[in-house]
Design a protein around this ligand. Structure first.
Ligand code: SAH
Length: 379
C-alpha cells in the first residue's frame, strides 16, 4: 500500500510517506532486530490492518494568510509558519471535518484567529480527541484570552453541524509558548472529558491527560505486554510510569494486587477515577517519581513479582534500575517508545542479572519512523 499527501514535504509529519506500508514494516523489523538481536529473539513488527487515519488526537493551529483569510493547519516543520491543511492521512477524519467546520464558523461570530506577532485575535488552536470505541468526541478551543463572545451560540451552531460532539472545553493559553494548552479550563458543553475502551476497560480522557494516539494498535501492544507477563492471579505487580493507569488496570484481573506510580498529578487523578469506574479494588496509585518510589519500596523490603515499565522517550533512570536490582522482581515487561534508550537500559539491567528473553515491535505510528517495542526480561 502506498500513500500521497500534497503538503507532506512542508509538514514533515509523515516522514515515511515515500515508502509502501510493506516496506515500512520490513524496515521497522530490520531496525529493531539490528538494535535488539544482541539481547534476544525479536518477533516481526505487528502491523496495522488499515494504516490510515489512526490518530485519535488531532491538533490544528489557527491564523491568517496575507489576505486576512482564516487558515488552519499545522506549523511548517521547524518554523511557526502555518501550512493550511484540511485533511491528513494519519488523522481521524471526523476530527479533521470538525476543525474545518470551526474555521467556517469564525467569521459569522466575529472571532479572529490569534496572531503570534501582534498579539491580536482570540482563537489559537483547536484540539479534537475521539474515543475510538465509544465514538465520543471532545473539542478543545484554545483561546488567547478567557472571554469568548457569544460562546453559547457558537457551541449551538457547531453542534448543529456535528451533533456527534460530546463535550466542548475552552482552554486559555495567554503565554507565548510552544505548548498548546494553558492551565485554565472552562467546560462550555458536556462533561469536560470523553471515555474510551481498551482491552475491555473504560478510560477517561481529559484535555491534558496522556493517552496513546493509536488505540487499535495500543490494544495489541497491551495484549503483548500481558502475554509476556504471563500473570497467574497470585502476583504483586508494579505499573511504573503508569499515566492514567491503563496497563495496571488491564493487568488487575490477573494479579493479586497492582501498584501504579506516575509523576503527573492530573494523570494520577484520572487513574484513580479509572479504577473506580471499572470497579477495580486491588490497585493503588501513587504520585511520585518512579525511581524515587521504587527505591523507597526497595528500602522497605517490599516485594514485587512483575514489573511493567513504560517510560517516556528519555527512558528509565539509573536510580530506578538500581532499585529494580534490589527488589528483584521475577519478570520485567519493558514497553518503550524509543529503542535507543531501551538498549541503554537493557545493558544496565544485564549488569544486574536480567536477561532479555523476547521482544516485538508494534507499529503504532505508520508512515513515520517512530517505533514502539515490548521486551520481556527475567533473572
Ligand atoms: N503507561 C501509560 C503512560 C505512558 S507515557 C500508557 O500507556 O498510557 C509515560 C508516562 O510517564 C507519562 O504519563 C509521564 O507523565 C510519566 N513520567 C515521566 N517521567 C516520570 C517519572 N520520572 N516518574 C514517574 N512518571 C513519569
Amino acid at each position: 500500500m502506498n500513500a500521497e499527501c500534497p503538503v507532506s514535504k512542508k509538514c514533515g509529519g509523515c516522514s515515511w510517506i515515500g515508502k509502501s506500508y510493506e516496506e515500512q514494516l520490513a524496515q521497522k523489523t530490520r531496525n529493531l532486530k539490528k538494535l535488539l538481536s544482541p539481547f534476544c529473539r525479536i518477533e516481526s513488527v505487528i502491523a496495522m490492518e488499515e494504516p490510515l487515519h489512526y490518530r485519535n488526537k488531532v491538533h490544528a493551529v489557527f491564523g491568517e494568510d496575507r489576505k486576512h483569510n482564516v487558515i488552519s493547519g499545522i506549523y511548517e516543520a521547524g518554523s511557526h509558519r502555518i501550512v493550511p491543511v484540511d485533511g491528513c492521512l494519519l488523522e481521524n477524519e471526523k476530527a479533521d471535518q470538525i476543525i474545518v467546520s470551526i474555521r467556517g464558523l469564525l467569521k459569522s461570530f466575529k472571532i479572529r484567529p490569534y496572531n503570534e506577532d501582534t498579539g491580536y485575535g482570540l482563537l489559537r488552536h483547536v484540539l479534537v480527541r475521539v474515543g475510538h470505541a465509544t465514538g465520543q468526541i471532545m473539542v478543545v478551543l484554545v483561546l488567547a484570552s478567557p472571554v469568548m463572545p457569544s460562546k453559547n451560540n457558537f457551541v449551538k451552531a457547531l453542534l448543529k453541524l456535528h451533533p456527534e460532539i460530546s463535550t466542548v472545553v475552552v482552554n486559555v493559553n495567554n503565554r507565548s509558548t510552544s505548548m498548546v494548552l494553558g492551565d485554565k479550563e472552562q467546560v462550555i458543553y458536556g462533561k469536560g472529558y470523553i471515555e474510551d475502551i481498551l482491552c475491555g476497560k473504560t478510560f477517561r480522557i481529559s484535555p491534558k491527560s496522556f493517552y496513546q494516539v493509536n488505540p487499535m494498535q495500543t490494544e495489541k501492544l497491551y495484549a503483548k505486554a500481558m502475554e509476556y507477563a504471563a500473570l497467574t492471579g497470585r502476583e504483586t505487580v508494579i505499573d511504573a510510569y503508569c499515566g492514567t493507569g491503563t496497563i495496571g488496570l488491564i493487568a488487575s484481573d490477573q494479579a493479586a494486587q497492582v501498584i501504579g506510580v506516575e509523576l503527573n498529578a492530573d494523570a494520577v487523578r484520572d487513574a484513580v477515577n479509572n479504577a473506580k469506574r471499572n470497579g477495580v479494588k486491588n490497585i493503588r496509585f501513587y504520585k511520585n517519581d518512579a525511581g524515587r518510589f521504587l527505591l523507597e519500596m526497595a528500602e522497605q523490603q517490599a516485594k514485587a513479582d512483575v514489573l511493567f515499565l513504560d517510560p517516556p522517550r528519555s527512558g528509565s533512570s539509573e536510580e530506578f534500575l538500581r532499585a529494580v536490582s534490589v527488589m528483584k522482581p521475577d519478570r520485567i515487561v519493558y514497553i518503550s517508545c524509543n529503542p535507543q534508550t531501551l538498549v541503554r537500559d537493557l545493558k544496565i539491567l544485564a549488569k544486574y542479572g536480567y536477561r532479555a528473553r523476547k521482544g516485538v515491535g508494534v507499529d503504532m505510528f505508520p508512515w513515520t519512523e517512530c517505533m514502539e517495542a515490548v521486551v520481556l526480561l527475567s533473572q
